[in-house]
Design a protein around this ligand. Structure first.
Ligand code: IFM
Length: 472
């Protein structure tokens, strides 16, 4: 029997059950459309930027794509039963824009909407609350061809799509998230090129940031006004990927590196959304690179439409240095140095350092600086799982990762952070973007040859932890 713990991070958790979370704490699992649905060309869905990107040689491991993924589109009732078996109260999923509004313009596609209506029916029948994300990276390809997120018009197209979705589903769904991780859409998609659409232009990426946020604001306004007019209950939010920036030393250069990393990675999104203004220091940093945010009159009022909740996706914190390895504060590009430093810490299969206390720090800082209730809309880890001879997946590393991060949430709450829920990423193994199917984040294993689902040990631990927290 294979009981080997892959990366040596795991502990025996029997002695330390999770404590400190209230019985009404929200527990969930999360997924995203392109990562699980498959059925890429069915019922009127048109290609998104990810369908295109996956077909560019060298962009995705082994040239894989989401054509079939977890075949969730055809196995949805079985998957909802799995979610129910876990005992979570909430399921966070995203709507596929090219399924609901093929081509990114024009009327809604009834067949696309029907799928989500059936999903909501199924969830409701099992007492699970649906939590919708409108945009988890699958921009219709036609809109990329027309300029993508660097073009202002895309923000209006997004608002139109959001209205179609809210008009059809808003009477039944209370929890709406506009965007998932706009930093990734803008930076990975348009500056670094390692996510769709694969462009590499920093200036375009900064324009994309503003237009993503404008789209968020326009959609938020519509949803808020329509919910009020219809008397719908609403909890509206945006989900950001947030980490922490810690200086390597107490030098001025390292402090500046952290300020820059924090500015470009977090405050550039949080400040306009929550406070209605872009941070001055980030604007000055951008000017050093001759880049300007394309703000027009009135944009920031729209972007700062009030929110009920901030979705936090947390995976790791980072240590920063403000000098090169040779000690220079200026890099080869003539700009001040912002250099991530590797630490001798346990890592996941993504090679991401495991830093649970950074989650506590982050939540306390969000409370202090922004004061908005939070929900952890994603947290989890990829590990190189193996199926044991007993057919089970003894993923003790993942279980320990979840336990440590949930404990970090409880610690933040104990110190005053208003954190209201935790959603594990992910319900099941799925298409991990440029990594294809190589990296497994699921608490449920997917055998991609047979599409068989198997609860990993982490899923059973999660189920039991939820049960205990509720006092059941
Ligand atoms: O799989 C992704 C998800 O789509 C967005 N947040 C990070 C996860 C792990 O990389």
């Amino acid at each position: 029997m294979n009981l080997v713990i892959p990366q040596g991070y795991a502990r025996d958790l029997a002695a330390e059950p999770v404590t400190g979370l209230p019985a009404d704490f929200r527990w969930g699992v999360a997924t995203a459309a392109y990562q699980i649905e498959g059925a890429a060309a069915e019922d009127g869905r048109t290609p998104s930027i990810w369908d295109t990107y996956c077909r560019v040689p060298g962009m995705v491991v082994r040239g894989e794509n989401g054509d079939v993924a977890c075949d969730h589109y055809h196995r949805m009732p079985e998957d909802v039963q799995l979610i129910a078996d876990l005992g979570v109260d909430t399921y966070r999923f995203s709507l596929a824009w090219p399924r609901i509004q093929p081509g990114g313009r024009g009327p809604a596609n009834d067949k696309g909407l029907d799928f989500y209506k059936r999903l909501i029916d199924e969830l409701e029948s099992k007492g699970i609350t649906p939590w919708i994300t409108l945009y988890h990276w699958d921009l219709p390809q036609e809109l990329e061809d027309a300029g993508g997120w660097p073009a202002r018009d895309t923000a209006y197209r997004f608002a139109e799509y959001a209205a179609l979705a809210y008009d059809a589903l808003g009477d039944r769904v209370k929890h709406w998230t506009t965007l998932n991780e706009p930093w990734c859409s803008a930076m990975l998609g348009y500056a670094y090129g390692n996510q769709a659409p694969g462009r590499t232009n920093f200036g375009e990426a900064i324009h994309a940031v503003h237009h993503l946020l404008l789209g968020h604001g326009l959609a938020s306004r519509y949803i808020r006004e329509t919910a009020a007019a219809r008397g719908n209950e609403l909890e509206l939010g945006i989900t950001l990927n947030l980490g922490t920036a810690t200086p390597e030393t107490d030098s001025h250069e390292d402090a500046e590196a952290c300020r820059r990393a924090d500015g470009l990675g977090r405050r550039l999104y949080l400040d306009p959304v929550v406070k209605g203004a872009y941070p001055e220091d980030v604007i000055a940093d951008l000017a050093l690179q001759n880049v300007e945010l394309p703000v027009q009159d009135g944009d920031l009022e729209i972007i700062s439409t009030p929110l009920d909740v901030l979705g936090v996706n947390f995976y790791r914190g980072t240590l920063f240095s403000g000098v090169t390895e040779e000690g220079s504060p200026v890099g080869a590009d003539g700009l001040p140095v912002t250099r991530g430093i590797e630490r001798d810490l346990p890592r996941t299969a993504m090679d991401w350092e495991i830093t649970p206390t950074a989650l506590t720090d982050l939540l306390l800082r969000l409370q202090k600086d922004y004061g908005i209730p939070t929900v952890i809309t994603e947290n989890g880890a990829a590990f190189d799982d193996t199926v044991s001879e007993d057919g089970e997946i003894h993923d003790a590393d993942r279980t320990t990762y979840l336990a440590d991060h949930i404990a970090a949430v409880a610690a933040a709450r104990a110190e005053g952070a208003d954190v209201r829920g935790y959603f594990a990423w992910s319900l099941m193994d799925n298409f991990e973007w440029s990594y294809g199917y190589d990296k497994r984040f699921g608490i449920v294993r997917v055998d991609y040859d047979t599409q068989e689902r198997t609860l990993k040990d982490s899923a059973k631990w999660y189920r039991d932890t939820i049960r205990l927290t509720r006092g059941a």
